[in-house]
Design a protein around this ligand. Structure first.
Ligand SMILES: [Zn+2]
Length: 360
């Protein structure tokens, strides 16, 4: 009987705890993410890539091609509503190279920066639809749908120059990150060829296949998530977003282990790894799947836009989760209502239990 009384005494506290749990402001992430990523479609990705490829090749060693590409991207981002920063990264073969940077200032922790990037250059005489028009189209889509987003941390989008000639743009960018003590960059999601997919068995090659550790499938229908050990947490965010928001997208996780493979170092995330920063490369695996890699046949008709769209949606979701979400005004109003409702319920429980539930 005494035990029963003791249990009864705990009941009001239990009720209170359950009520408070229900009253916690909802993360609202799902409600924010789903409508935003739904704006990205295979059609919108097609348009992005088509317009970019109309410029022709984008070789860093060609002054006209480089100028044309930079001006195009700059104008595109301005029209979306971003102030665009030209980040000078020096000359390559006498030609001035610039990264283009746009930011959405964080509203809670603006000094913490989350980055998503893609290189815009190609090798000589190559349309570069997959390498890396696909990554640039994806990044432009991310910029387009996030322009009114209100992140907690600063979201930075980087269009890197001259990747094909030695990671020139990203190396200089990382140097700048290291020199800027006023901000802390939390890592980079690197879009490096995200448009080529094949469903046939035997379409996927691999530098090495290690059972249980790096058992890369033989069908080239997945996106590879490549991260070194330190970047594991960032890779997890992307993979969780695929699971939650784009479940039809297949991925192969080389998260945490890719740092052991030389081929996984061949893009703009690598200077991040070298500097001890986090970096994840999202890739269709380039020459291990795409026979048009670095050839004049890397054209738009080889691109799978459902795949490009799916990877871009998952990346967008990851950027939102990683950068945090400040609730839009309607959300704030709703959670205020929720809190008011909770206060009256708490008062009710206080009456029942005889305790004072006034917040202190
Ligand atoms: Zn590339």
């Amino acid at each position: 009987m005494a035990a029963l009384l003791r249990r009864c005494k705990t009941l009001p506290w239990l009720l209170l705890a359950v009520t408070l749990m229900g009253c916690m402001v909802p993360a609202a992430t799902r409600e924010v993410i789903v409508p935003i990523i739904s704006e990205i479609t295979p059609e919108s990705c097609t348009q992005q890539l088509q317009s970019l490829l109309a410029l022709g090749p984008r070789f860093a060693g060609d002054a006209d091609e480089t100028r044309r590409t930079v001006e195009y991207l700059e104008e595109k981002l301005r029209l979306l509503g971003y102030p665009v920063q030209r980040e000078a990264v020096g000359r390559w073969r006498g030609i001035e190279q610039v990264n283009l940077i746009v930011e959405i200032e964080g509203l809670v922790d603006p000094t913490i920066v989350v980055e998503v990037g893609a290189h815009y250059d190609t090798v000589r005489n190559c349309p570069g639809a997959d390498d890396n028009g696909s990554g640039v189209a994806g990044l432009l889509e991310i910029a387009r749908v996030l322009v009114h987003h209100r992140p907690e941390r600063t979201v930075r989008m980087c269009f890197f120059a001259a990747e094909e000639v030695g990671l020139v743009g990203s190396r200089a960018h990382v140097d700048r990150i290291l020199a800027d003590s006023s901000r802390r960059v939390d890592g980079l999601l690197d879009l490096e060829m995200i448009g080529y997919r094949v469903h046939e068995q035997g379409s996927q090659d691999a530098p090495v296949r290690i059972p249980l550790i790096a058992a890369i499938p033989h069908r080239g229908d997945f996106i590879l998530v490549a991260g070194n050990f330190q970047s594991g947490g960032l890779g997890n965010i992307f993979e969780r977003c695929v699971d939650q928001y784009v479940p039809d997208l297949k991925y192969f996780s080389a998260n945490r282990i890719a740092g052991f493979f030389g081929d996984a170092a061949r893009s703009d995330h690598f200077p991040y790894w070298q500097a001890g920063l986090r970096g994840i490369m999202l890739t269709d695996t380039a020459n291990f799947r795409n026979p048009h890699y670095h050839r004049p046949t890397d054209t738009i008709d080889t691109i799978d836009f459902d795949f490009l769209c799916a990877v871009t949606r998952a990346t967008t979701a990851a950027v939102i989760e990683w950068g945090g979400v400040v609730a839009p005004p309607s959300e704030v109003a709703r959670s205020e209502q929720n809190r008011a409702q909770c206060r009256s319920q708490n008062a009710l429980h206080a009456d029942i239990s005889g305790i004072d539930a006034t917040p202190r």
